[in-house]
Every structure is written in C-alpha cells, then in structure tokens.
Write a protein of this length. Structure first.
Length: 114
C-alpha cells in the first residue's frame, strides 16, 4: 500500500503514524485495511486534512467526556482519561505543527521573486 503523499511526484512514501491513534481514529487507514474508492489514491489534500481535523476534534471530545466522568466518579479507571488526554494533546500538537509548516511554506512562497 502506498501513501497518498507518494502519488505526488518527487516524494517518497512516508511512514504511517500508527503510534498516534488519534490521527487515524475517524476512518483513517491502519495496518491491514485496504484502500477504498472513497479513500483512493487520488483523495484530495483538503479531504485528508478535513478528516484529520475531525479526528483530532473527536479525540478532544472523548477526553473531555472522560474528564467529566472521572470528576463525577463514574469512571473506575482514571488511566482511560489519562490516555485519552495524551492522545488529544498529541493530535493537537501534530495539527499545530502542520499548520506552522503550511504558514512557513506560504511565507516562503511570498518571499520568492517572480
């Protein structure tokens, strides 16, 4: 299976981010799944970005729900909240890093002379 990024000429396949499950939580590809037509090799960058942002939002909502459960005493294992909070934090950090790189790339393009 090739990465959608590898379809762009000049780029090689990048390793999957299986360690950060929050990024792929909302329907992303994992180890053994096959690429479907909706997630084909020609999926747009905007749709991948949108799917990633939805996944980060979902992981933050899950962490918020678990935090309320821990505060109310309805969750017996606080480690569930800790893991969900860490997952949400990693997803947010990755989102911010992608945003910062996109802004840097845009600024670099604007500095180029025509």
């Amino acid at each position: 299976m090739t990465s959608p990024i590898s379809a762009i000429s000049g780029f090689t396949a990048v390793p999957k981010l299986d360690a950060v499950s929050g990024i792929g939580g909302a329907g992303a590809l994992t180890g053994g799944e096959k690429v479907t037509a909706a997630q084909g090799e020609h999926e747009s960058f905007a749709s991948m970005l949108s799917r990633g942002l939805e996944s980060v939002s979902a992981s933050q909502a899950k962490a918020d729900d678990l935090a309320v459960g821990v505060a109310q005493g309805t969750i017996q294992d606080p480690a569930q909240y800790t893991m969900a909070a860490n997952e949400a934090q990693l997803g947010l950090q990755l989102t911010l890093a992608v945003r910062n790189k996109a802004v840097e790339a845009f600024q670099e393009i604007m500095r180029m002379q025509a």
